[in-house]
Design a protein around this ligand. Sequence first.
Ligand code: IVH
Length: 699
Amino acid sequence: MGSLTLAEAKARVQKLRREIDDLRYRYHVLADPAVTDEVYSSLTLELRSLEERFPALVTSDSPTQRVGGTALEKFGQVVHQVPMLSLNDAFSEDEVAAWGERITKLLPGKTVQYMCELKFDGLATSLVYEDGRLRHGATRGDGRTGEDITANLRTIRAVPMQLNLELAHAETFDAALVSRVRQALRGLRRIEVRGEALMSKVAFARLNRAQEKAGGGTFANPRNAAAGALRQLDPRVTASRKLDWYAYSLVTDLGQRTHEEEHRICALLGFQVYRETRVVSDLAGVRAFHQEIAAVRERLPFEVDGVVVQINETAAFRQLGVVGKAPRGAVAYKFAARRATTVVQDIIVQVGRTGTLTPVAVLAPVNVGGVTVTRSTLHNVDEIERLGLKIGDTVVVQRAGDVIPQIVEVLSRLRRGNERDFRMPSKCPNCGAKVERRAIAGGTAAGTRFVCTNRTCSTQRLRRLRHVTSKGAFDIEGLGPKVLDKLVAAGVIASADDIFRMKSGDVAVLPGLGEKSAANLIAAIASRKVVSLPRFINSLGILHVGEQTAADLAAHFGTLAELRAAALEEIDAVPNIGHVVAASVEKFFRDRRNQRSVDRLLDAGVTVEAQQQRAGALAGLTVVVTGTLERFSRQQAKDAIRAAGGTPSESVSKATGMVVAGTKAGSKLVRAKLLGVRVLNEREFAELVDAAGGALAKP
Ligand code: IVH
């Protein structure tokens, strides 16, 4: 691969793109279980490295170009050629029956079928293709005009950048349908498909954990999180949020005669459609589908809030027309939410490690769908305002999927007159220090933040210390929250550096902790004094900086000294880091007290490892080699990884970027597959580091 000519590279690039597109199709459309993420990723990696060597070969629709490199100033507008409607809701069998009767009356003498499908709880979006290429992706907006979020939608792998106009894989579809589509495609330039952008439950949980760690605001549910991700002006942020997309309607006439065919055509063209749909001939069938989905709802990978029922015959559906903003021929048959009413007895305030005050509702205990709920986070004051919530109010509490219980509505008509407004305290409920109101501009959780201004606030300090010893930071075994809290209470630890100055005699103050355990704890602490730069940065508890951002900063600056000295513009220029985060980092290091606490940590014997400047094909990746390699000894493999900008590591975790598997690879390979870490064989690895060898050379 070292001496590839441009022509050879071009041929390879084209082959790779075809193969990657095909894998995407097989994975998302055909749900082919043989397609693995590893193969997809490693082909993409090879393509990326070829494109880096031969920039002339980069095209805007290359699978490597899903994530754009620049943030927008603001979104443009897109006028929908066909308005984006909404659906009328039905909440009971009776309401669905009433809808069915109206339809029957409007279509005298006709028998119709009903197509049932999931109602995804995400956001309606429209995708417009011209000559097979994604041209515009837009939100619904007011139904007539939406926002142009093309760059964000492109980052979603389930969204095709290029339609399958050659109709590859046509053999898996009905031949008569395929031939109608082929006819309709002749001379056709523009195709519009609509569907739902959503965030899976897993991606949502991961995002909220990361937000929490970074001291930022969390999202109330996957829908809000998906909306937040799509509203990002920087598509790199959207890409990191891992959204999914399902098609549900084909706006362009491609010869479809039923709604079911619409789905099939969407799939044929390369869209992901959800397979669990059913065509039934009466409302009993509709009810059965509704019940079945309700029963498995919790186990679905994403949230659904009902089923959509639509007259299957396209002609009849069109004939029924629109009333208000909704088509007559379809209805959203919602699930009864797991909801209950209760009283908000109080609103208390929790102090976080960055000083952020979070209001939490104290509820009269109530059973919501089988679980007793007594607390519900209100996230921030903006949420309280949005709800119009007062202390003493009767509220509706909802539990949706894996989401923590939330207050969704205030029943204000049940007020008795003695309800009280919540006011954020002007003093910290823990230490009594002044509370300040700060606006968060942009960012992931824009809004108002109230903060305790006392950095020595004991609760803040305790939470900060817990963060310092946590898994993503110094990761000190035996120094969990319980032991830590006791040491703080005993006055042994007041700040992070105290942890590293402790002697076994200090630990002995803890009741119930023997000499042996005390010695173990001291040894565990000593073993963590040498710390990687990303962990160290994360341990500082900088507002908006979690593990990932810490890793990005470390990869860019290489040493603590460089980071400490960086100007705002430099931090702002780091990939994946936006203005709000950059400003927070700069402010942190400019603060005298923070400077002193960093110095004190270093004085206490903490050594921060420098990180190699990242360049090359494995830039910023942690790579684990497992099994036996032919061409490389272990040491050579490690050197090659480092030379390509990666970090060799022994153990496979979620943070692992890549696993190189030789022969006789065992449990590490299994673990990598379980975690979805990409896996390369020796040949692929060799090609990659050889390619990087050419590009590297410079320090
Ligand atoms: S069909 C006329 N099918 O529900 C509107 N909508 O009010 C055509 N939704 O925000 C919509 N899953 O985004 C349709 N399988 C599905 C859907 C679905 C979710 C959403 C849609 C819109 C709302 C309808």
